[in-house]
Design a protein around this ligand. Structure first.
Ligand code: ADE
Ligand code: ZN
Length: 336
C-alpha cells in the first residue's frame, strides 16, 4: 500500500453502512438473531459476490440486511466500520443508511437511527472521527413511502443531518422525490442524491434542479453532456466517485477504463469513496490505491483528491480548516 495514501487524512463521503457488513459479522448476527442464511461460510458468501450490474448487487445487498434487527446490531455494524475507518485515517465520515430496507421487516426506525448514532458518537470520542448521518430514500419505492419514512424519522432529527436517494436508478428519476426532498430541506436537512451511476445525465440535472442536491453521488455519466459538465464545474458541485464499485457493477470494464482522469481534467470537484466496501473488495484506501496505480497519480494529485473530500464535506468552517491543516502537515512532511 502506498504509504502516502495511508497517511493522508481524508473524508469518506459515500458509504452505505449496510454495505460495510462483512460476511463474518453477517454470520455472527445471523446466529445471534436466529436468521437463516443461504450460505455455509463467510468464504462461500464472498464467492457469491459476482455482479453483472447495480440490480444484481442490490438483490444480494438487501438479502444481507436481513440479519440486522436490533439497535445493538446497527451499533455493532457501525462500530466495525469506524474501527476500519480509523485504521485508514478517515477523519470525517458521512454515512448513508437505508431505513426502508429495515422498516419493511418491522424493525423500528428508532432502533436503526439510535444504534448507528450511538456508534458514531463513540467514534468521535474514541478516534476523533467527526461524522454525519444521511437518511436515504429507496428510489424503487414510491414518493409517498419516502415521505412516510421521513415523517417517522423526524422525531430523531438531531441524529441525522441530510437526506439522500439510492437503490435501482434506471427507470426511477429523481423527480419522483421532489416533494419529500422539499420537505427535508424545510427541516434544514442537506440533500444529496445518487445520479448518473447507471442513469442518464438528465437524472443529474433533476437531482440538482428538482431535489436541490448540493452533491452528486457517482455522477460519472455527466461526461455525456457538456452543458452539465459546465454546470458542475461552475457551481463546484462535488461528485463522490467510487472506483471499485464502478468496476464491480460493470459501469466500467476496468479501473483503467474509468473516466476519473476525464472528470479531473475538466476541473470538477471529485472525491474518492468506497460505496459498499464489504461487497466491492476495498475501503477508501484501496480505492485511492487502485486509481493511484492505474493512472500513475502523483502525490500532488492524491492530495488534491483528499483536499476535495474536505471541501465537499458538510462540516463547519472551523472543522474544515482543522482538517485541511492536518492534511497540509502530512503533505509538508512528505516533501521533506
Ligand atoms: N445502495 C447501495 N449501494 C448503492 C449504489 N452503488 N447505487 C445505488 N444504490 C445503492
Ligand atoms: Zn452508493
Amino acid at each position: 500500500m502506498n504509504s502516502l495514501v495511508k497517511r493522508m487524512p481524508k473524508a469518506e463521503l459515500h458509504l452505505h453502512i449496510e454495505g460495510t457488513l462483512e460476511p463474518e459479522l453477517m454470520f455472527e448476527l445471523a446466529l445471534r438473531n436466529r436468521v437463516a442464511l443461504p450460505f455455509k461460510s463467510p468464504d462461500e458468501v464472498r464467492k457469491a459476490y459476482k455482479f453483472s450490474d447495480l440490480q444484481s448487487f442490490l438483490d444480494i445487498y438487501y438479502q444481507g440486511t436481513r440479519v440486522l434487527l436490533h439497535d445493538r446490531d446497527f451499533y455493532d455494524l457501525a462500530w466495525a466500520y469506524l474501527q476500519k475507518a480509523h485504521e485508514q485515517n478517515v477523519r470525517h465520515a458521512e454515512i448513508f443508511f437505508d431505513p426502508q430496507a429495515h422498516t419493511e421487516r418491522d424493525v423500528p426506525i428508532q432502533a436503526i437511527i439510535e444504534g448507528i448514532h450511538d456508534a458514531l458518537r463513540c467514534g468521535e470520542q474514541r478516534f476523533g472521527i467527526s461524522s454525519r448521518l444521511i437518511l436515504c430514500f429507496l428510489r424503487h419505492l414510491s414518493g409517498d413511502d419516502a415521505m412516510r419514512t421521513l415523517e417517522a424519522a423526524l422525531p430523531y432529527r438531531n441524529a441525522f443531518a441530510g437526506v439522500g436517494l439510492d437503490s435501482s436508478e434506471r427507470g426511477h428519476p429523481p423527480e419522483k422525490f421532489t416533494k419529500v426532498f422539499a420537505r427535508a430541506r424545510e427541516e434544514g436537512l442537506f440533500a444529496v442524491a445518487h445520479a448518473g451511476e447507471e442513469g442518464p445525465p438528465e437524472y443529474v440535472w433533476q437531482a440538482l434542479d428538482r431535489l436541490g442536491a448540493s452533491r452528486i453521488d457517482h455522477g460519472v455519466r455527466c461526461v455525456e453532456d457538456p452543458a452539465l459538465m459546465d454546470r458542475l464545474r461552475t457551481d463546484r458541485v462535488p461528485l463522490t466517485v467510487c472506483p471499485l464499485s464502478n468496476v464491480k457493477l460493470r459501469v466500467f470494464d476496468s479501473i483503467r477504463a474509468h473516466n476519473l482522469p476525464h472528470l479531473l481534467g475538466a476541473g470538477l470537484c471529485v472525491t474518492i469513496n468506497s460505496d459498499d466496501p464489504a461487497y466491492f473488495g476495498g475501503y477508501i484506501n484501496e480505492n485511492f490505491e487502485a486509481v493511484g496505480e492505474a493512472f500513475d497519480l502523483t502525490p500532488v494529485q492524491l492530495w488534491a483528491l483528499a483536499r476535495n473530500s474536505f471541501e465537499a464535506a458538510f462540516v463547519d468552517d472551523a472543522r474544515r480548516s482543522a482538517l485541511l491543516t492536518e492534511l497540509e502537515m502530512v503533505c509538508q512532511n512528505n516533501r521533506r
